[in-house]
Design a protein around this ligand. Structure first.
Ligand code: C2E
Length: 811
């Protein structure tokens, strides 16, 4: 830069010098012409006289005079005739500027002048010729120009050097230093080092540049610091999110449209036998060995979600871990904006445990836990199916009702383990005695039922065959059985009924076989009996009861008893179950277990059931008015299947609730699982209609029927009641303990309240408490009692609680 400036200044100086030279030369050349003209003019009079008088001497004097000018090279004076009068010439002189003159002008320049003079009356003239050596004529000019040029060059040189040093000190040196300092600035920390301010005053442009640059560096440094702080905060928040996602028990993974994992949480990585770091960048195909379903389906679903921008509802995926363990995942896939692309975010919950529990429950629902034989529910369903099949294909089968004789004695005298072993053995012998297509079920306790399918197309022959099988069974069961060293002999009573008889339902058939079996018992056990006319009489007795029940409704022989429900933790009465009682005019108190089935079969249950609901509401209203009942206490009533399925049921309840105004949520209805499976959709719809009216629901006798989790989830039930048959044996029977514990755990998982019924001992209560059961009822606290007695129990419980609270308050 500096060099260019100096060179430029030199060239400019040269150019101006040359211009000056040129202008001076022009002026000099013009001056020469004037000078020659003036010399010739001055020489004209003597020259004219010399020509006129032809005076050679005078002419020669004039010539010599002119030649005294050293730049005049030659002078000639001619007369009127053109003859040379005088002439003179100077020998050429050496000059070192002649080359220059040759470049800019002619080497010599000629002038001539007419010299006029009068001759008598005329004018005559001679001529003077002059030749000038231009180089000599310009010698003075050259000298002056040389001086001027030399002085100019020197001046310029001094000026340039001066400027150069000033420029270098003021600008170039600080600029070079500035450049070095700028180069040494750390781009990550521009504020770390500042540019050194220069010594000149603040007005100096460079000083201003440095000041501004330092301010800029500070600003950039500040903004970088802010950015770093934001980045740090972002990284921290990302880390937090990551930690949260990693700590979730759900499996979280994000895949791009190529099926490559761009993110996986700890749970997912662990599940797929990998690590969070390793998962990144690996394709879903790398884990294909884990998928039981098609991997490309997973990718197709991902793509669908990414392209549509809509999430997918929960889908089920099945994985196989360690080559054999099946895992069920419920996965929700949704689109996610991940930096600059949309990816598919899959969130999965491992529901394997629930699935297993459900499968176990479903198996338990259909099977007896001790013998693993189908239970009563399974039996009823199968018998219904067999009945229809037999009617359609016109053949006969038989139902055998088998009861072990005096089994209770074995249990009582030898203990439950022996009793259980006997039951298992009998179950195995029964299975051995029948064909594969027949069914052996445990009805409960020591009762078994066998369905002999497709015996014959003739009812008589079918009966004979059924008799033969029944006899074979009787003999097989009575064969000796060894328990350790102990030899046991168990006989059985078998009741047989042939189906179909086109009139009887499954339940009737079972009760016919049951009746026949009781006939055997009455006659002395260990035999086979067919259902016959006499037994039909027994059925007719049932009809008599129907008549009695009819009158019972009219003459108000029914009464409601109440059994308290108690909070397992606080021991406080938190509700009650209303149970009907029948005061028969001649037979005294009849158990509902006897007359409710009759009311069911006859259809009278509708009226009696409505009476129960109304009475319960009337009592509730009264207790509220008397301040005996709180809004968080619940009174439950039993609803029988036929009553629940009755067309006008919801309207009836609605009417009662309108007539007897009670607060919402204090009335609950207990329905059995039998109600549910007879029509799930209708059941849900009825329950929902009643829920709107503020009525809640309990599932009664839970565990004895089809306890499907899938139904449970859909049903608007608030409470599960564990059947007393399970509660009874929990202190002794391990399988009942497991069952009760499972039911409580499952109910809690589903957010349901659990009530155990039939609690008779402290031991049972302690176990239930341990399992986390919420409430219980049973003889341990009180049997069902008349209203007055129940209210006494209630007030005692409330007083106890108040006392406890007071004690707590005072301590
Ligand atoms: N061994 C023992 N038993 C206990 C214990 N605690 C309560 N119980 C009895 O267990 C039964 C419980 O009622 P549930 O299972 O609904 O069984 C009831 C229910 O299904 C039906 N029932 C009773 N009242 C009504 C009613 O108003 N309507 C309908 N539809 N059915 C009713 O009759 C069944 C029998 O009723 P109850 O004879 O009152 O028998 C009651 C009750 O007295 C205990 O600690 N040990």
């Amino acid at each position: 830069m500096m060099r260019i400036s100096v060179l430029l200044a030199m060239v400019l100086g040269l150019l101006t010098a040359m211009l000056q030279f040129y202008l001076d030369y022009k002026e000099e050349a013009e001056g020469l012409d004037d000078l020659v003209e003036r010399i010739m003019e001055a020489s004209r009079p003597p020259t004219a006289k010399a020509i006129h008088t032809l005076d050679h001497e005078l002419a020669t004097e004039v010539v010599n005079g002119i030649l005294s000018y050293d730049f005049v090279q030659r002078v000639v004076i001619r007369d009127e005739m053109g003859m040379i009068l005088a002439q003179g010439e100077r020998p050429p002189r050496q000059s070192n500027t002649r080359w220059l003159t040759a470049q800019i002008a002619e080497p010599s320049k000629n002038y001539e002048k007419l010299i006029r003079f009068p001759v008598f009356d005329k004018q005559s003239h001679g001529k003077m010729e002059l030749s000038v050596d231009v180089d000599l004529a310009l010698a003075g000019f050259y000298r002056r120009s040389g001086l001027v040029a030399g002085a100019g060059f020197l001046r310029n040189l001094v000026l340039i050097l001066l400027l150069f040093s000033v420029f270098y000190q003021i600008l170039a040196k600080p600029l070079a230093k500035l450049a070095r300092e700028i180069k040494s600035i750390n781009p990550d920390h521009p504020g770390e080092k500042r540019l050194t301010p220069i010594k000149f005053s603040g007005e100096h442009e460079l000083a201003q540049v440095i000041d501004s640059s330092n301010s800029l560096l500070d600003a950039v440094d500040l903004s970088l610091a802010k950015r770093r702080a934001v980045e740090l905060a972002l990284r921290k928040s990302e880390e937090h999110v990551r930690q949260i996602i990693d700590s979730l028990p759900v499996l979280v993974g994000a895949r791009n449209r190529e099926g490559v994992y761009i993110f996986a949480n700890h749970a997912l990585a662990k599940f797929l036998g990998s690590t969070v770091e390793d998962m990144q960048g690996r394709s879903v195909h790398d884990f294909s060995e884990y998928y039981l379903s098609d991997v490309s389906r997973v990718q197709a679903l991902d793509l669908k979600v990414i392209e549509s921008g809509n999430g997918l509802e929960v889908i089920e995926e099945i994985y196989v871990i360690n080559g054999r363990q099946r895992h069920y995942l419920q996965t929700h896939i949704m689109p996610l904006d991940f930096y600059d692309e949309v990816v598919s975010l899959a969130v999965s919950t491992d529901v394997t445990e629930q699935r297993r529990a459900q499968a176990k429950m479903e198996h338990m629902a259909y099977h007896d836990s001790l013998t693993n034989l189908p239970n009563r529910l399974h039996l009823v369903e199968r018998l219904e199916h067999e009945l229809r099949r037999a009617q359609r294909h016109h053949y006969f089968g038989a139902v055998l009702f088998i009861d072990l004789d005096q089994f209770k004695n074995i249990n009582d005298s030898l203990g439950h383990p022996v009793g259980d072993a006997v039951l298992k053995e009998m179950a195995a012998r029964l299975l051995d005695s029948v064909r594969q297509e027949d069914l052996v079920a445990r009805q409960g306790g020591d009762e078994f039922v066998v369905i002999l399918t497709v015996l014959d197309t003739d009812s008589g022959t079918a009966a004979i065959k059924a008799g033969e099988v029944a006899e074979k069974i009787r003999q097989q069961l009575s064969a000796p059985f060894y328990y350790g060293d102990m030899e046991l002999r168990v006989t059985c009573s078998v009741g047989v009924v042939v189906y179909p008889d086109f009139k009887s339902s499954v339940h009737e058939l079972l009760s016919f076989a049951d009746t026949a079996m009781y006939q055997v018992k009455d006659k002395g056990r260990d035999a086979v009996e067919f259902f016959n006319e006499d037994m039909a009489d027994q059925v007719s007795r049932q009809l008599t009861m129907e008549g009695d029940l009819h009158r019972a409704i009219e003459t108000q022989q029914f009464e409601l008893y109440f059994q308290p429900k108690v909070d397992t933790e606080t021991n406080r009465i938190v509700g009650a179950e209303a149970l009907i009682r029948w005061h028969h005019p001649s037979d005294g108190m009849v158990s509902p277990a006897v007359f409710i089935p009759v009311l069911e079969t006859s259809g009278q249950i509708i009226d009696v059931g409505n009476w129960v609901i109304e009475q319960a509401c009337v009592k509730l209203r009264d207790w509220f008015d008397r301040g005996l009942w709180d809004k968080d206490m619940i009174l439950s009533v039993n609803i029988s299947p036929r009553q629940f399925r009755h067309q006008g049921f919801v309207d009836d309840v609605c009417q009662i609730l309108e007539d007897v105004q009670i607060p919402r949520g204090v009335l609950s209805m207990e329905i059995t699982e039998g109600v549910v499976i007879q029509g799930v959709e209708e059941t849900i719809s009825t329950m929902k209609s009643l829920s709107v009216l503020g009525v809640s629901f309990s599932l009664d006798d839970f565990g004895t029927g089809y306890s499907s989790i899938s139904y449970l989830k859909r049903l608007p039930v608030a409470t599960l009641k564990i059947d007393q048959s399970f509660v009874r044996d929990i202190p002794e029977d391990r399988s009942d303990r497991v069952l009760v514990e499972t039911i409580v755990a499952m109910a809690r998982l589903l957010g349901l309240n659990v009530v155990a019924e039939g609690v008779e001992t402290r031991e049972q209560l302690d176990l239930l408490r341990q399992y986390g059961c919420h409430q219980y009822q049973g003889f341990y606290i009180s049997p069902p009692v008349p209203e007055a007695e129940f209210l006494k129990l209630l007030s005692e419980s409330q007083n106890r609680v108040e006392d406890e609270e007071m004690n707590l308050g005072s301590s």
